[in-house]
Design a protein around this ligand. Structure first.
Ligand code: PAF
Length: 200
């Protein structure tokens, strides 16, 4: 597996291959991510996974600084899963103008459900995903159904900007008691963890 950190190198690699499937992530990979990677491997001969903790989608007081960054362990998992390229840019590479003042504004969909409690979250997601799509130019992109509202925001964006990308929704992986796997489950206290099961 190649680990690529610059847009220039990623573009040079992209120009040398045909069909690409893409799985964007923020890292700290668990079996749910690896199921998406498996789906991507089945969809195209070349698979790119990105790892980038996207400041724009974190609200004030959210966990941007403490979000777990586990690049070495993630790279080992991706290599074992048959990924060809890990794209892991740093912040200056993806957001050289820090403020990234041009952003993608999703429609009213962004203000409902989870979005009602996280103002600007889906704008940050749509902005980074559209930027990653411009760089990776995938034919297929895989997103978990666990983040269903995110999947809908991305599907609508792809449709309305006429991007030639097939967006696949991957099945949610769950712990034995039914809780959907998520990097943030580790934040839950034993009581919260027990209560969270009721969501499923
Ligand atoms: O689902 C995620 O991990 C993130 O929202 C994504 C799609 C990688 C964008 O940063």
């Amino acid at each position: 597996m190649q680990i690529i950190t610059t847009i220039k190198e990623l573009r040079a690699w992209r120009n040398s291959v045909d069909q690409v499937a893409f799985v964007p992530t923020m890292g700290n990979l668990h079996d749910g991510h690896l199921a998406l990677v498996k789906e991507a491997v089945a969809q195209a001969p070349h698979v790119v996974v990105s790892i980038f903790v996207n400041r724009l989608q974190f609200g004030q007081g959210e966990d941007f600084m403490s979000y777990p960054r586990t690049l070495d362990a993630d790279a080992a998992k991706l290599e074992a899963a048959g990924v060809e390229v890990l794209f892991a840019p740093n912040e200056a590479e993806l957001y050289p103008h820090v403020s990234q003042s041009y952003q993608v504004e999703p429609p009213h969909l962004q203000n409902e459900l989870c979005g009602a409690f996280r103002p600007g979250h889906f704008r940050g997601v749509a902005t980074v995903v559209s930027k990653l799509f411009n760089i990776v130019k995938p034919n297929v992109a895989c997103f978990g159904k666990k983040d269903y509202q995110q999947l809908m925001v991305i599907r609508r964006m792809v449709q309305q900007f006429a991007l030639p990308i097939d967006v696949i929704g991957g099945t949610t992986l769950r712990a034995a008691d039914g809780l959907a796997l998520s990097s943030r489950n580790n934040y839950l206290s034993p009581t919260e963890r027990a209560e969270a099961v009721y969501l499923s």
